[in-house]
Design a protein around this ligand. Structure first.
Ligand SMILES: Nc1ncnc2c1ncn2[C@@H]1O[C@H](COP(=O)(O)OP(=O)(O)OP(=O)(O)O)[C@@H](O)[C@H]1O
Length: 268
């Protein structure tokens, strides 16, 4: 009887994980003695824009490094559309597109060369890659920059090229780590709008890591990370009612124990 109920529980767990775009179960990670992630569990639904909100040092980049299989968790399990990233990394990684915080385009190659190179890494031949690149560049209004060296682009344009590079292999889940950092207000707004449109129009699932509260939309799912612990998980309205606050800014301050402020930098 007990075995039967355990089997049912396991298969329910598996069904839930398969339905989720991303699922973390009891994930911890330490750098030596420093605990960067402490027993983090959550799942994000497909075709949603989910914000991973946390101050500098909260553990966002570490989490992305685990999901993208750069590091392996010491404990816990990570699944991308039901595929375990450690046991079945190939199929899981194929469904992932990632934009890391650090710039990674080759500055001395043209936009086209950078994109073709990345396509080749994913096994996409030039004949398929070329029209895909044209279409994606058109979607961000950058067709006329295709032959230009990346060095000649603005910070916002470089970021947009990195985003379309992450989309070249048509991932189902896109992870973006502080994608708007260092950009002016107009470029930030454009990028955020474009990514939200991807979710709306193409059903891509997005995990958007940021420390900027003003990037959270009222309808977003939000995960709040504080010093490696997940301290809130839900829609904005749920988080407000659970914390007894009126704005996400107040909720964040309460959850992380910082003074109420317009959070733009790190922990004061
Ligand atoms: N290579 C490393 N060696 C030792 N400690 C590290 C290393 N990388 C990160 N840490 C520590 O792990 C914790 C989480 O860092 P992480 O970079 O994941 O946070 P973050 O939320 O992405 O912050 P930021 O936006 O500043 O990058 C911090 O205390 C950080 O100092």
């Amino acid at each position: 009887m007990k075995l039967q109920s355990r089997l049912t529980e396991t298969s329910q767990d598996e069904e839930r994980a398969a339905a989720a775009a991303l699922e973390l179960a009891s994930v911890s990670y330490s750098y030596g003695q420093r605990k960067a992630l402490d027993n983090v569990s959550f799942s994000i639904e497909p075709s949603r824009f989910t914000v991973l909100l946390g101050l500098n040092g909260a553990g966002k980049t570490t989490l992305f490094s685990l999901v993208s299989h750069l590091f392996s968790p010491r404990t816990g399990r990570i699944r991308v559309f039901g595929q375990d990233i450690n046991r079945n990394s190939g199929p899981a990684l194929r469904r992932l597109g990632i934009v890391f915080q650090a710039r990674t385009l080759d500055l001395d190659l043209s936009v086209r060369q950078n994109l073709l190179y990345h396509a080749a890494l994913h096994g996409i031949g030039t004949r398929v890659a070329r029209p895909r690149i044209d279409e994606l560049l058109q979607s961000i209004d950058m067709t006329d920059r295709i032959e230009e060296k990346v060095r000649g682009l603005s910070g916002g344009q470089i970021r947009r090229v990195e985003i379309i590079r992450a989309l070249l292999h048509r991932p189902s889940l896109l992870l973006l780590d502080e994608a708007t950092v260092g950009l002016d207000i107009k470029s930030r707004a454009t990028i955020l709008k474009d990514i939200r449109a991807l979710v709306q129009q193409q059903g891509i699932s997005v995990l958007w890591a940021t420390h900027l509260i003003d990037e959270v939309g009222q309808a977003d799912q939000v995960l709040v990370l504080d010093q490696g612990r997940l301290v809130a998980d839900g829609q904005v309205s749920t988080i407000l009612s659970e914390t007894g606050t009126e704005t996400i800014n107040q909720a964040f301050s309460k959850l992380t124990g910082i003074a109420d402020l317009n959070v733009r930098g790190g922990r004061p």
